[in-house]
Design a protein around this ligand. Structure first.
Ligand SMILES: Cc1cc2nc3c(=O)[nH]c(=O)nc-3n(C[C@H](O)[C@H](O)[C@H](O)COP(=O)(O)O)c2cc1C
Length: 166
């Protein structure tokens, strides 16, 4: 059984007094398994053609597995997608563990979105549209993984680094 984790939570009390509470949790659900909405500036960064994007999945045993993933995009504020083009280990990790984190970098701006798997889509317009773009690069996706966001963090090279945005 996992040890209870202590989490520090701040909240505004009677609009003027900042109180700090400590709560405990016995599992990872307090990490944020409920869907959040991706802020507009984060959507823009993920859909910026100049961006560099990486996806981290988790292997059995907890080893993180990181890959560059140009096809990551935020199709709307509640949906992140990734093309399964060359990935094998990542697909297997996603299938088994259903969680990942995607990071975007544009110059000095960076954000991380924690995601959980919605579906692995193997046919239909989403996959067809991605493959139209990939055909120009001589590549083909076997599937599109769709995810819902569960947390968003600013990881920029600025004082906002580490701040939870959603
Ligand atoms: C610029 C760049 C973009 C890439 N984009 C993707 C991608 O969108 N999808 C993908 O499956 N692999 C992509 N790859 C390859 C992955 O980084 C990775 O090497 C490959 O998928 C194998 O992953 P695996 O170790 O999880 O099996 C890209 C690699 C580079 C260098």
């Amino acid at each position: 059984m996992p040890f209870p984790r202590i989490r520090r939570v701040s909240f505004d009390y009677m609009a003027s007094f900042k109180a700090v509470a400590f709560i405990t949790s016995k599992d990872d659900t307090c990490h944020g398994d409920t869907m959040v909405v991706i802020p507009e500036k984060v959507l823009e960064a993920f859909n910026n053609p100049k961006s560099v994007k990486v996806l981290t999945s988790v292997e059995t045993g907890g080893q993180p597995h990181v890959i560059v993933c140009g096809s990551i995009s935020a199709v709307d504020a509640e949906t992140v997608i990734v093309g399964e083009i060359l990935m094998k280990k990542t697909s297997s990790n996603l299938e088994k563990h259903r969680k990942a984190a995607v990071l975007v970098l544009v110059d000095m701006i960076s954000y991380v979105i924690h995601v959980k798997v919605k579906k692995r889509v193997t046919e239909g317009p989403m996959l067809d549209n991605m493959n139209k773009v990939l055909a120009g690069m001589g590549l083909k996706a076997n599937a599109v993984w769709t995810f819902e966001p569960t947390a968003v963090y600013d990881q920029s090279a600025s004082q906002s680094a580490g701040i939870k945005l959603a």
